[in-house]
Write a protein that binds this ligand. Structure first.
Ligand code: GAR
Length: 197
């Protein structure tokens, strides 16, 4: 049976595109939601023929207002969405959305978590001098880039790398693992409570 997916993105939307184009099994991207009127993801949605919507996030910069998050949650429940995929959403979800969709929200993060949570994970890893970087798809809990890990992929840091070249190779791996993780969830092979930590 089809699983309706909502993708929440704030930026360019390349992971959104990977979820639309990739093999997500019974998962189908139903709608793109954004908190940013200028998000490149909006243009991509138009090109891809996916419905999109800007939703006002409230007055805070790094999270949603409670009233606004309640609105998003009601909107998604009413639409029959069963899985939320955060794809470069630059806000923390902590309130009503997390309660309504507990175990059904995934995030992609450009580091091998639990290393380098938060902003500019690729820059953090590069500046630290790691020899192996990577990306992670995980279920969302009430922490920042925490929650049960579903899939990870590593990327070797080359002598010639700079922050952006590393970030580019990590992004390519992100596009590979996000659809795989979504497929696993939609087929019941990844479950929040059963992912081994
Ligand atoms: C991706 O690298 C994603 O992992 C990262 O933002 C980028 C969005 O790119 N997300 C985070 O850092 C969240 N903590 P995209 O808009 O092209 O998918």
């Amino acid at each position: 049976m089809e699983t309706k997916i909502a993708v929440l993105a704030s930026g360019a939307g390349s992971n959104f595109k990977a979820l639309v184009a990739g093999d997500t099994g019974p998962g189908t991207v139903d709608i793109l939601l954004t908190d940013n009127k200028d998000a490149g993801a909006l243009k991509l949605a138009e090109e891809l023929g996916i419905e999109s919507k800007y939703l006002y996030p409230g007055k805070y910069k790094t999270r949603f207002g409670i009233v606004e998050e309640e609105f998003w949650a009601r909107f998604l429940i009413h639409r029959g969405v069963e899985l939320i995929c955060l794809a470069g959403l630059m806000r923390i979800i902590k309130g009503p959305l997390l309660e309504a969709f507990h175990g059904r929200i995934m995030n992609i993060h450009p580091s091998l978590l639990p290393a380098f949570p938060g902003l500019d994970a690729q820059g953090q890893a590069f500046n630290y001098g790691v020899k192996v970087a990577g990306c992670t798809v995980h279920y969302v809990d009430n922490g920042t880039d925490t929650g049960p890990i579903i899939l990870q992929e590593s990327v070797v840091v080359l002598e010639s790398d700079h922050r952006d070249s590393l970030a580019e190779r990590i992004l390519t791996k992100e596009h590979e693992i996000y659809p795989k993780a979504v497929k696993a969830h939609c087929l019941g092979r990844a479950v929040y409570s059963k992912v081994v930590r």
